[in-house]
Design a protein around this ligand. Structure first.
Ligand code: NAI
Ligand code: HPV
Length: 525
């Protein structure tokens, strides 16, 4: 039974769903990195929010880990390249808390416009300072939206409802989408110069880090009010403090900080500064949404191989997964076979699908081919990291679907480009379930690829099989299955034998000395 650790506070629905789906679950929150490292080796899945940092060290200790599920959106607390390299799928729940977070940004905008926290504190202190608090109206003001994705779009919609004008800076926002949203697409400098309020809704990336730098803050309109419900690193906090102190910035509301938990920020107690402790996603509704979604997605993956909302792997629905499973087993075996047989530098690999296979989602099939192919050289390769490793190694990967009718109802062919030309192997599924090799380097042969195997290329000549049988028998090697194929009578023949024990080099050397043998290799699946 797969086992998941929930390491951040999550709605109880998550644990309930895991259990209902046959996944064992432990909820242990508030662990330090060292404490997490000490226990993570026991788990197949890790369900987190923003507190748990899934670093390289944590991943290195997570020897069984297959999936990290983020009950929320931002995944800047997960080292995704390290997870990909370790073959761990990283998923998030991209929509479950977007409305809630957009509403928090709007709440902070109102709070800034009317100085609600200060007015509240003053009133409850018995001061009744009616003349101290003079707000601004939102109607007709310009809201500058940095990032017009899911949350930014909802913020824009609500702001338009408040009769604000919305200008948006987002390099990926198309003019058509801007029209659909009712916002004006502008460049960053224009936004900075025109906005009365600025709200940030981008992920934290190398491009967005410090997007409101000292230099950019200096370009804002005097009296601007700034809201950040996205990520702390987007704003230079020292420059923000200076802008508030000088009065250039009329107010700032931060839900997120460069360093969290933020316990003694220089911004604290600055007039017109409001803060909340990363509460953007904290509503009952959003937390139930993300808890259910993350648990469903992780259970799908751990129980049936379905992949949804993964950031480092193509999607594979829970309905598709069972259909694709035998194909992935076939693909992995074919990848492994070419990986073991094709020596020397390989510059490209192509995966072709014919018949029923051509109707399927090919990405997982290709991932499995690459995993099988590269696992020959490294034990840590799997479906998740194989495409990344292939890219890193400059391997040219192609996918081809044929709609022609072939000899088999379904066929997957894997070809590699080697120095000696293209080498290809092909396989089918018997009864839609059992992987079977049907072609090896242009020779028709039917074989299961399983366990220890002996691969021989020889000149087809009478008496060879008997001599081979005796050689193996004398060495105490029992033959399980025996598959033979040849180009033409008396021509080159291929033999694939499954044997009950591993073959050692001295036995292979003896086989190579048999008359007519060109190649003899041990294979393992
Ligand atoms: N405070 C909180 O509790 C929460 C914070 N968040 C944060 O909000 C962020 C945004 O969430 P979504 O809208 O769902 O993400 P999204 O991916 O739908 O939208 C992000 C937008 O930012 C844009 N973008 C990327 N690079 C940019 C750049 N250099 N300049 C301007 N725009 C750029 C993208 O094109 C995209 O449209 C998340 O990445 C997360 O960090 C999300 C949920 C809760
Ligand atoms: O979903 C996100 O990106 C968030 O920042 C929400 O964070 P949280 O789950 O509340 O720690």
């Amino acid at each position: 039974m797969p086992k998941v650790l929930i390491s951040d506070k999550m709605d109880p629905k998550a644990a309930q769903i895991f259990r209902e789906r046959g996944v064992e679950v432990d909820e242990i929150t508030g662990k330090t990195k060292e404490e997490l490292i000490a226990i993570i080796g026991d788990y197949d899945g890790l369900a987190i929010r923003s507190s748990t940092k899934v670093t390289k060290d944590v991943l290195a200790a997570a020897t069984k880990l297959k999936v990290v599920g983020r009950a929320g959106i931002g995944v800047d607390n997960v080292d995704i390249p390290a997870a990909s390299a370790a073959g761990v799928v990283v998923m998030n729940t991209p929509f479950g808390n977007s409305i809630t977070t957009a509403e928090h940004a709007i709440a902070l905008m109102f709070a800034l416009a009317r100085q609600l926290p200060e007015a509240d504190a003053s009133t409850q202190a018995g001061k009744w300072e009616k003349n101290r608090f003079m707000g601004v109206e939102l109607t007709s003001k310009t809201l500058g939206l940095i990032g017009a994705g899911n949350i930014g779009s909802i913020v824009a919609d609500r702001a338009l409802g408040l009769r604000m004008k919305v200008v948006a800076f987002d390099p990926f926002l198309t003019p058509e989408r801007a029209i659909e949203l009712g916002v004006e697409k502008v460049d960053l400098d224009t936004l900075l110069a025109r906005a009365d309020f600025i709200t940030l809704h981008t992920p934290l990336t190398e491009q967005t880090r410090n997007i409101l730098s000292a230099e950019n803050l200096a370009k804002t309109k005097k009296g601007v009010r700034i809201i950040n419900c996205a990520r702390g690193g987007l704003i230079d906090e020292a420059a923000l403090k200076a802008g508030l102190d000088s009065g250039h910035i009329a107010g700032a509301a931060l839900d997120v900080f460069a360093e969290e938990p933020a316990k003694d920020s220089p911004l604290f107690n600055t007039p017109n500064f409001i803060s909340t402790p990363h509460l953007g996603a904290s509503t009952t509704e959003a937390q139930v949404n993300v808890a259910i979604q993350v648990a469903e997605q992780m259970a799908d993956f751990l129980v049936s191989g379905g992949v949804t909302n993964a950031l480092n792997m193509p999607s594979l629905s829970a309905e598709e997964a069972p259909k694709l499973k035998p194909y992935m087993a076939l693909a992995e075996k074919l990848g492994s076979l070419v990986g073991q047989l094709a020596h020397g530098s390989i510059s490209g690999i192509s995966v072709e699908a014919e018949g029923a296979a051509a109707e399927l989602n090919m990405k997982p099939i290709t991932g499995a081919v690459l995993a099988g192919f590269m696992r020959v050289h490294s034990d840590t390769v799997n479906m998740v990291n194989a495409p990344f490793l292939a890219k890193e190694r400059g391997l040219d990967v192609r996918e081809v679907r044929h709609d022609r009718e072939g000899d088999y109802h379904t066929l997957v062919r894997v070809s590699v480009a080697t120095r000696d030309g293209e080498r290809s192997v092909a396989g089918t599924l018997f009864g839609n379930a059992a992987p079977r090799l049907v072609e090896l380097f242009g020779i028709k042969v039917e074989a299961d690829l399983a366990g220890h195997m002996l691969y021989i290329v020889n000149e087809d000549a009478p008496g060879f099989i008997g001599r081979l049988g005796s050689t193996l028998g004398e060495a105490g090697v029992n033959i399980g299955t025996f598959h033979l194929g040849r180009r033409a009578a008396g021509g080159e023949a291929v033999l694939l034998l499954s044997v009950d024990s591993a073959l050692d080099e001295s036995l292979l050397a003896k086989v190579r000395q048999l008359p007519g043998v060109k190649t003899a290799m041990a294979l393992a699946f």
